[in-house]
Design a protein around this ligand. Sequence first.
Ligand SMILES: Nc1ncnc2c1ncn2[C@@H]1O[C@H](COP(=O)(O)OP(=O)(O)O)[C@@H](O)[C@H]1O
Ligand SMILES: O=C(OP(=O)(O)O)[C@H](O)COP(=O)(O)O
Length: 404
Amino acid sequence: MIETLDDLDVEGTTVGVRVDINSPIGDDGSLADDARLQAHVDTLSELLDRGGRVAVLAHQGRPGSDDFTGLETHASHLADLLDRPVGYADVTFSDAACELVESLENGDCVVLENTRFYSEEYMEFEPERAAETHLVEGLSSVLDAYVNDAFAAAHRSQPSLVGFPMVLPSYAGRVMESELEVLGSIEETPEPRVYVLGGAKVSDSIDVAWSVLEKDLADHVLTAGVVGNVFLIADGVDLGDESSDFIYDEGYWDEIDRARDLLDAYGERIALPRDVAIDREGKRYELGINALPPKNDEGALDIGSSTLAYYERILSDAGTVILNGPAGVFEDDRFETGTRGLYEAATDVDTSIVGGGDTASALRSLGIDGFSHVSTGGGAALRMLTAEPLPAVSALEGDERVSE
Ligand SMILES: Nc1ncnc2c1ncn2[C@@H]1O[C@H](COP(=O)(O)OP(=O)(O)O)[C@@H](O)[C@H]1O
Ligand SMILES: O=C(OP(=O)(O)O)[C@H](O)COP(=O)(O)O
């Protein structure tokens, strides 16, 4: 069983809190979106208000990517959100980092440097081995307890996510707790249940579709975005070179066969786009499936309005809708229509659950709210929807973990 903050005697305890504040970074190095920081405010405030001494652990970006930055900006933004001083250390588990953690007083908070600045943190380990990494060995010597609130990274078996529960009493933070509660009990939500699978994570979405159709969790699966394009090709539609090349270049060509198998097995419950929107001479232009391929091979960048109307009709009878991924290239005003329409229709459904980092950011930029639950996780939420165990969650509940 996973213990929560309710089980932790916080006062005077030095707690390592793993959060996921991995955020889009602007060209000037600023945070382009602070939603993931906001999500952790409850957990951090609660620990600090209850007299905890908090050392925050987090990653930002991946080695080699433009958003692979330090966490100083995150620390100063957290100070604003928490409305209290938040320190920053440019190290994570060195002697200097440990001394700083040891010097914390009740109610103090420090953000340690990006865990992925250390090569071991970008590897996947079994929890017992993760506990022997430099990061976990070094830092656990100055911590009394570990809290994992990083649901969005819980599908990674990296040291700061799975190692600490082997050596410290460990607890789920409030974000982790609520994500597990909602995404772990999908089968109890009202029926009919509709899954909307859009975006660009094609293989993950096909995994989800297989799983929920096989287990009879889904009454309908609506496809959109790149996922919808792959299903159209699997169904024999010629989308033209631009869309086909995109799918090939992204490495999703093999997924077309899997999509075809899925259509053969469960086609009556899978809805495909009836029209798509393309960029013709700088304007949005809609084409019915029968009019494809586009004459200039323009890419299919959104679902069209008759698809939207078709999907809205299905949603109007739904008891639960689970959405992952945008319906089109929402970053471009001309191709946000499908995402906006679909997600607005979803807010009228009794229970509406949204997963996906890009999806959540699309909703904020489009100003759409009113969902029952918006997950902080993309890959982690998808993995939970297939009922696959998340390594960081297993580490929190595993037999090997240390109890108080
Ligand atoms: N038809 C399309 N063609 C190309 N890209 C698309 C299309 N539809 C959606 N996208 C892109 O998919 C990306 C988001 O997908 P994904 O990462 O799967 O979402 P999430 O993080 O919410 O799971 C967006 O950047 C969007 O522009
Ligand atoms: O942003 C994240 O996941 P997501 O892109 O699935 O939402 C998490 O911070 C995990 O990051 P990673 O996919 O680089 O391990």
